[in-house]
Ligand binder design. Structure first.
Ligand code: 2BA
Length: 149
């Protein structure tokens, strides 16, 4: 049986590997780009979730998108960092999962994204599932499977 058809991986819900919202660096829709860049540089992450004022998930924003946005013909137009808001630059067409999804759904999601955001049925942000967490679990299951043989 292949490892991803194995019960352990397919039946674990993403809930078990979730990084909870309180531990996730995030920014808000109306924050100036300057604040978002500060959060990204200070945290070391290349992209973080964007939430609205009621803590609903609305998209993600990354360093590259911000730098592209302020790049003029000959220089970085630094003044734009205080003039522009996160909502003008963020990506909003981003897939999400809920706590009930399986790790297999999580594995599919992190093929194209470094992390996937988890929301509840009303769209409130629950946390993230990272590529690292999925790969660690996959590695664990591969080892356990090889001992079974
Ligand atoms: P990246 O920032 O591009 O990070 C890629 C990988 O580099 C991370 O993979 C992690 O293994 C490592 N890394 C980067 N910054 C780190 C830091 N400050 N501390 C420890 N390790 C760090 P993953 O752990 O799979 O994370 C995938 C993506 O999820 C990250 O991509 C970032 O965009 C987001 N992320 C992870 N943890 C986060 C958190 N607590 N808050 C906000 N975003 C987070």
């Amino acid at each position: 049986m292949s490892i991803i058809q194995d019960k352990e991986f397919a039946n674990i819900s993403v809930d078990e590997l979730l990084i909870p919202s309180e531990k996730v660096a995030h920014v808000q829709l109306n924050n100036p780009l300057e604040h978002a860049l500060l959060v990204l540089v200070k945290s070391g992450y290349s992209a973080v979730p964007v939430l609205d004022a009621s803590y609903k998930f609305v998209g993600i924003i990354g360093k590259t998108a911000i730098l592209n946005q302020i790049l003029g013909m000959e220089r970085f137009e630094i003044e734009k960092l205080s003039e522009m808001r996160v909502k003008e630059v963020m990506s909003s067409d981003i897939p999400t999962l809920t706590r009930e999804h399986s790790l297999l759904d999580g594995l599919n999601a992190v093929i194209d994204h470094a992390f996937v955001c988890l929301v509840d049925q009303d769209g409130y942000f629950d946390g993230i599932l990272t590529r690292r967490a999925i790969l660690k679990q996959l590695k664990k299951d591969i080892y356990m499977n090889s001992y079974k043989k």
